[in-house]
Write a protein that binds this ligand. Structure first.
Ligand SMILES: Cc1cc2nc3c(=O)[nH]c(=O)nc-3n(C[C@H](O)[C@H](O)[C@H](O)COP(=O)(O)O)c2cc1C
Length: 253
């Protein structure tokens, strides 16, 4: 059967129109579910950083929600270190928070948010841990993760990355459970509260032997350096140091 050019173009246009309607409806219809899943993923990462969920452990939404009953999100003003009690931290959308140019740094950070959402892991009415968001450049990618610090504000309880695109097997080993297991117990600061933790080249030894260092990722010195640089930034004066100091001075540490 022969079709006219008019028919062929008309048919193609109608097909494109129908498909675009279907795709747009699916996108709009699934947006809410995507938002829920995004939030759930972030909550899982917070729990993983704090080792409340072990690497590789599968947990469903109900379990995340149950564990999150002991997690209190807070919004912190980075410059002053003050917790903004008047801000509803549950509803706070960090992506919409105002940005300012970042001070000169080695972590490849150009802008920082003025207010940042952090998580307090509660033991009854006492804070047992903080989970702090960290971000910075690796070799190929901007790496997003969480650092869990004990309420003493010095002892690291865990480190996890939930978004990075380093090379699998090299820099991508930042997500290897064996490497992540090297972090708990290491010390972020020295006795004068200078940031001391660093990923070194080669093996660092045990927590007792070398509390301020973690094994470098083999064949991935640049990603390793990226991790050190972002921890230097986020634990420093332009990051969470004012907040952690203010917590210590409140006598709750
Ligand atoms: C294909 C390819 C991918 C690489 N990916 C990474 C990476 O993700 N992170 C990293 O630090 N180095 C990566 N490297 C290696 C770096 O170029 C560099 O050689 C390395 O960081 C030096 O580390 P080393 O001193 O531990 O050998 C990659 C190299 C190649 C050829």
């Amino acid at each position: 059967m022969q079709y006219s050019m008019k028919y062929i173009f008309g048919f193609a246009a109608a097909l494109c129109f129908v498909c675009s309607i279907l795709i747009s409806s699916a996108n709009v219809g699934l947006r809410e579910r995507q938002e829920i899943n995004k939030k759930l993923d972030k909550q899982k990462s917070v729990l993983q950083a704090a080792w409340l969920v072990k690497p590789g452990e599968k947990i469903d939404r109900a379990r995340v929600e149950e564990l999150f009953k002991n997690v209190r999100p807070r919004v912190v003003d980075l410059a002053t270190g003050k917790v903004l009690e008047e801000v509803d931290a549950e509803a706070f959308d960090e992506e919409k928070a105002p940005e300012i140019p970042a001070p000169v740094n080695n972590a490849g950070i150009r802008e920082i948010k003025e207010q940042v959402k952090i998580y307090e892991i509660m033991d009854g009415d006492k804070v047992s841990m903080f989970v702090l968001p960290i971000v910075g450049k690796g070799l190929w990618s901007t790496m997003h993760g969480f650092l869990a610090l004990d309420a003493d504000t010095r002892t690291i309880r865990g480190l996890t990355y939930y978004d990075q695109a380093e090379t699998p097997g090299l820099g991508g080993e930042v997500v290897n459970p064996k490497w992540k297991a090297l972090w708990p117990g290491r010390l972020a600061y020295d006795d004068s509260w200078n940031v001391k933790i660093a990923v070194i080249k080669g093996p660092a030894g045990s927590v007792e032997e070398n509390p301020h260092a973690v094994d470098g990722l083999s064949g991935a010195s640049l990603t390793s350096r990226g991790v050190t640089n972002m921890l230097q930034f986020w634990l420093g004066e332009n990051g969470f140091a004012p907040f952690l100091k203010s917590f210590r001075e409140s006598g709750r540490a």
